[in-house]
Design a protein around this ligand. Structure first.
Ligand SMILES: *Cc1c(COP(=O)(O)O)cnc(C)c1O
Length: 378
């Protein structure tokens, strides 16, 4: 029995949609190969939780598996069940949020690997293995200083009561709080903690690094790394140039154009007044599409045909639309139905995110359901 896929049907919004979200699967695959090469002999897994950061868990995981990725991470049990429907059981799927009560049979049925995050989850899995005399696959997470998931200092003593006769964990992991800040002392501290704590459970594979952790150096790689954002084009090294390929292009269609005189108000709250006569384009993307209202009056976009002319977003982002200044484009260059790229190579997620007081991760995961999603073939 498999659950319905919990995310929106991507075929719902077709070519009539107000905007196109182009997702470059071959760029994701190139990013995967780049990371795998960097961490060899460790394995590079893939974090595809949250619908692969809104880019589509199923097409993304299919492309990555085809490219040679062998291990996948999701946050929720339901995500794992949906993912298993397209991946054979030779691909481990780790469920980061652990083992909710009375879900053991679902984990077994779908060959999912829970990441056990506290002693009671560990006890439940260990007795399940004892009862069936089978070491079912499960990972163990230690909290090494983030105070988020995992067995913490307050529970370490109880590890001695776990029966390891049958159950041998397949993965021991932890997660870095400051991986994107290479000089932060927390990184060394967490590394030492992890090296010590992983000795407390039977021999197994181990994993510490997400995207940014990979760039801290080989010591952080262990047996398997767990990148998410870097696969999807986000910069895992915020202080340096982005080594990853851009993956998305969000292109909003022009619904209407107009000329306005000097002194015209634009949008709700009249937060922008034209300083001169201007030509405006109304774009079919708004905050209901996850395009943050906090971008109001802050960012620019480009026409694919004139990539060197920045087109400022003027006034507030409305629920379903936003307004951009196309005064500087050649007069007959652009018309209703043409597209304007709001996010892409010219304005990547990490560049626009700070303008809305956020990070590239949130730009991706907020991407809405009304876009016509177009996947480059791979
Ligand atoms: C989300 C997550 C990742 C992936 O993180 P990125 O920074 O996107 O690479 C890895 N490990 C855990 C435990 C996570 O929750």
């Amino acid at each position: 029995m498999s659950q319905p896929y919990p995310f929106v049907d991507p075929t719902l919004f077709t070519k009539h949609a107000g905007a196109e979200l182009h997702i470059d699967l071959s760029a994701i695959v190139q990013n995967y190969h780049y990371l795998q090469k960097k961490v060899t002999p460790a394995q590079c897994g893939a974090v595809v939780k949250a619908d692969a950061y809104s880019l589509g868990m199923i097409p993304v995981a299919k492309a990555l598996a085809k490219a040679g990725c062998k291990e996948f991470f999701v946050a929720h049990l339901d995500e794992g069940i949906a993912l298993r429907s397209i991946l054979g059981k030779e691909y481990p799927i780790y469920v980061l949020h652990g083992l909710p009560s009375q879900t053991e049979s679902l984990f077994l049925e779908h060959h999912l690997t829970p990441i056990l995050n506290d002693i009671s989850q560990l006890q439940r899995w260990s007795s399940l293995c004892q009862d069936h005399q089978i070491s079912y696959s499960a990972g163990i997470q230690f909290d090494t200083g983030m105070s988020r998931f995992g067995i913490g200092q307050d529970e370490i003593d109880q590890l001695q009561h776990i029966n390891w006769d049958i159950f041998q964990p397949t993965l021991v992991m932890s997660h870095l709080a400051c991986g994107d800040t290479p000089n932060h002392p927390a990184n060394q501290h967490q590394l030492k903690q992890f090296q010590a704590l992983k000795q407390l459970v039977p021999n197994n594979r181990s994993s510490l690094a997400a995207s940014s952790g990979i760039f801290l150096g080989n010591n952080w790689h262990f047996d398997i790394v767990r990148p998410g954002i870097a696969l999807y084009g986000g910069n895992p090294t915020p202080d340096q140039q982005n080594p990853m390929q851009n993956v998305i292009s969000l292109r909003g269609k022009i619904i209407q154009t107009r000329y306005v005189p000097k002194g015209a108000f634009i949008g709700y709250g009249a937060t922008f007044t034209t300083p001169k006569a201007m030509k405006l384009a109304l774009i079919s993307i708004g905050y209901a599409d996850g395009f943050f209202r906090a971008f109001s009056n802050k960012i620019s976009a480009v026409s694919p045909d004139f990539p060197n002319i920045p087109l400022a977003l003027l006034g507030r982002v409305s629920m379903d639309s936003l307004c951009i200044d196309i005064t500087d484009l050649p007069v007959s260059a652009i018309q209703v139905g043409d597209s304007i790229e709001m996010i892409g190579n010219h304005y990547p997620i990490d560049q626009i995110a700070p303008q809305a007081g956020t990070i590239g991760y949130e730009i991706l995961t907020a991407l809405g359901n009304r876009y016509h999603r177009i996947y480059s073939s791979f």
